[in-house]
Design a binder for this molecule. Structure first.
Ligand code: ZN
Length: 200
């Protein structure tokens, strides 16, 4: 496996990659397959049902979903490359969490039914009408690719309740950067741009 794949890990808020607007993937190769495999493994380790490329510090429009969160249910694994929403219908409130914002939950309004278009790793078109948890997970992950987090959608009153956590993480991250344990923003952005040039 490449060094890049071995180094992948889930980044936590407020890592700058989480605010990066990802670019469409133009090159699908063996390494991208390994990246996707690693993303599923990291997602299962963290008991998640979805993980976007931004969350492993990569600048690609790509996310993975397995609504069962069960590594034994490989047939439930979904890979979405260059995903878009073609049509939205209705609204639904629901609770969400995020592997990059551990232990936080919040109520987010999402479209109830969406028509999606994406590609899988084999280059096959995925053109589905989806509802329920898959629709919610898809919209949450798609947001990640545009640098948007679920906390950005919360009502002000709800955000206020979570404010303590968010500020604590921001302070911790600043300290980690000054101690050299985390990369500063400009370094992260340079790396993302380099990776972007390879594949988009
Ligand atoms: Zn998330």
């Amino acid at each position: 496996m490449s060094e890049l794949v071995n180094q992948l890990k889930i980044v936590k808020y407020p890592h700058p990659a989480l605010r990066y607007k990802s670019k469409p993937v133009k090159r699908v190769d063996r390494e991208l397959g390994q990246i996707v495999r690693k993303m599923f493994d990291l997602m299962y380790e963290a008991n998640g049902i979805g993980l976007a490329a931004n969350q492993v510090n990569l600048p690609y429009r790509l996310f993975v979903i397995n609504l069962t969160a069960d590594p034994n249910e490989k047939q439930e694994e979904l890979v979405f490359l260059n995903p878009v929403i073609l049509r939205r219908k209705g609204f639904e409130q629901g609770e969400e969490g995020c592997l990059s914002l551990p232990d936080l939950r919040g109520t987010v309004r999402r479209s109830k039914e969406i028509d999606i278009l994406a590609y899988n790793l084999q280059g096959e078109e995925i053109c589905w009408r989806v509802t329920g948890l898959l629709a919610r997970a898809f919209q949450h992950e798609l947001d990640h690719l545009d640098g948007i987090l679920f906390i950005d959608h919360l009502e002000p009153s709800e955000l206020l309740e979570l404010r303590g956590y968010v500020e604590k993480w921001e302070d911790e991250y600043m300290s980690a950067v000054s101690e050299g344990a985390e990369e500063p923003e400009d370094k992260v952005l340079n790396r993302l741009r380099e990776l972007e040039a390879l594949r988009t």
